[in-house]
Design a protein around this ligand. Sequence first.
Ligand code: KG4
Ligand code: ZN
Length: 410
Amino acid sequence: MGSGLILAIESSCDETAAAVVERGAHTLSSVVASQIATHARYGGVVPELASREHLRAIVPVVRAALAQAGVALADLDALAVTSGPGLAGALLVGITYAKALAFATGLPLIAVNHLEGHIHAVLLNEREVGREAGEPPVSEARPGASAALPMTDDEPALALVVSGGHTHLYLAEPRGGTWRYKLVGRTLDDAAGEAYDKVAKLLGLGYPGGPWIDALAQFGNPRAVPFAFAQIKTKLHLAGKTPRTKAARTAPIADLDPRFLFSFSGIKTAVLRYVELRGLRREAPIREGQSTFPKTAPDALKISPQGTLDLIASFQHAVVGDLMKKTFAAAESLGARRILVTGGVAANRELRTRFAAEAARRRVRVSFPTLALSTDNAAMIAAAAWPRFVAGDFARPDLSAEPSLALGRS
Ligand code: KG4
Ligand code: ZN
């Protein structure tokens, strides 16, 4: 093993990203080119536009990642790329580029599951924080320990991956230097981030909706509208009914505990009905691409009337409450004393505060990535690739995009 440096590429959705990370523990560079401006006017990701933007961005983004890290291709030990799940055309841009780079340099290529990447975003962050606090480097932490695993990594964790495309619960277990994942729960329809985006869209807020709802919710009354999440009925899924959306069909649900299943499509309709019933409308249109979020109540009222702010706060309170209830119940049921929350929605302030308070109450540990590591990035892909590199788990030459790639099912 040489430098321990991995260059990773991520292009599964609407961010073109590249990063150089040392031994899954030290980020030398992490470059993210966002396509938000391209997709904002459509209120969602347009796959064809995403592929075109990835094609435009991939070369400069990879160059920037190498330049910012101050390394050349010759200094690297391996390349890594997201192979799925995600948009087929978008994934292919990263994969094709990574394969060409591997061929040209002779470097091994590691294929990474995007969801595994999100889980490793938290682990990477913990290692970086530990290193900055002066803890010994991972490989010196414990004689004989695998360089891939610092001391804190040897206990199982319950991971909630909550983003625009996913709301999944996994039991993540370190075993012999690599990680094993077991799918424990998932959404039957929309992802939580999708609900945020749809609710924001129907209220006329900016795209993506999560950060807007996050910013506005603090000025509303979370108890104004009593949204409720019904317990998912056992019969429905055990009877072999297929989930309603394509995304939800990509993993089996029949053998999952119904207590750990989510459904976020109903609350969007409930919000719509409430808006119609009350005749609520936003007051000032939010310009596309505007990114100054309100910091004071008068600022928030310039965007939405108080009734809408109360609705927003109630929506968020209900969603976070549901995520929390099921995540902690799953952790308790599986005996995990450690919870990782990751993905775009993990950036949410109310979610972080309430998860932290509940974890303290239950005496379990909860960790989040930094805000930059919460949303899509390539540093998390490089971090997830490291244990695979140590184990010699390389991609086959015929590696291709796997848009429906599952995690925790084998
Ligand atoms: O992980 P990510 O960047 O991409 C996917 O893999 O989906 O997550 C994007 C999602 C979007 O739905 C966005 O609205 C949501 O994460 N999001 C948030 C916040 N920041 C981003 N949701 C709630 N609160 C936030 N602060
Ligand atoms: Zn993601």
